[in-house]
Design a protein around this ligand. Structure first.
Ligand code: GTP
Ligand code: MG
Length: 215
């Protein structure tokens, strides 16, 4: 490890999971972090987050992954969480064309509320439900090409491409930002400049704020 700070990592950044309700965002995150899949998961209220450390080149990168609520009524809350995000997994459900049609709107929300050069990976989730498929792989590819996004189909149920999706996003964010991180050794998350030394403390603080905010 390169790190000279006691927190055990060299850089920290935030990514957000967005997309319509029920597309599988929460299960994608739980599959990724703990290998759990919940067939009866409840709709997310407000926002939740998890963290994971990565080793890229010689650096330990701590990634905070924010899982937002897709329900329309939380839209104004979740818009606030794009700020400071360096990457986003934008998810639709291959069995539900409405969620695919929403992609344009999610991207325009990101443009208005997020960082200008945010990395985005488009995910067509529930690829295990092939017999219920309503959005073809080709349609997904074309949408991604149109917006110049990376694209893959995933399954939170069987884990297909889940790890790959996060790796792709995080590698892209790292490529776009590591010069900046090395220079500043801090990153603005949720409107606050966080020193690496204090980042764990800040995780706890954000956890508390989040509960207060949206519970
Ligand atoms: P909101 O929190 O309301 O925005 O929804 P969400 O996008 O977080 O969806 P969630 O992860 O809660 O999943 C919704 C439903 O789809 C649940 O019943 C999940 O079990 C199911 N689901 C999620 N991912 C998959 C998948 O890859 N395959 C299958 N078959 N079902 C999935
Ligand atoms: Mg959810």
């Amino acid at each position: 490890m390169n790190s000279q700070n006691p927190s055990g990592y060299d850089m920290i950044f935030k990514v957000v999971l967005i997309g319509d309700t029920s597309v599988g965002k929460t299960n994608i995150l739980s599959k990724y972090l703990t290998n759990d899949f919940d067939p009866d998961s409840k709709a997310t209220v407000g926002v939740e987050f998890g963290t994971k450390n990565f080793k890229i080149e010689d650096n330990i990168v701590k990634v905070q992954i924010w899982d937002t609520a897709g329900q329309e009524r939380y839209r104004s809350i979740t818009n606030a969480y794009y700020k400071g995000a360096k990457g986003s997994l934008l998810v639709y459900d291959i069995t539900n064309p409405k969620t695919f049609e929403s992609i344009d709107r999610w991207l325009s929300d990101l443009k208005v509320n997020g960082d200008e050069n945010i990395s985005v990976v488009l995910l067509g989730n529930k690829s295990d439900l092939e017999s219920d498929r309503k959005v073809t792989t080709q349609q997904g590819k074309e949408k991604a090409e149109f917006y110049k996004l990376a694209f893959m189909e995933t399954s939170a149920l069987n884990g297909d491409n889940i790890e790959r999706a996060f790796n792709e996003l995080i590698t892209d964010v790292y490529k776009n930002h590591h010069d900046l991180f090395e220079k500043q050794a801090k990153v603005v998350i949720n409107d606050k400049a966080i020193n690496l030394e204090n980042a764990d403390e800040n995780d706890e603080k954000m956890e508390k704020e989040k509960k207060g905010c949206c519970g």
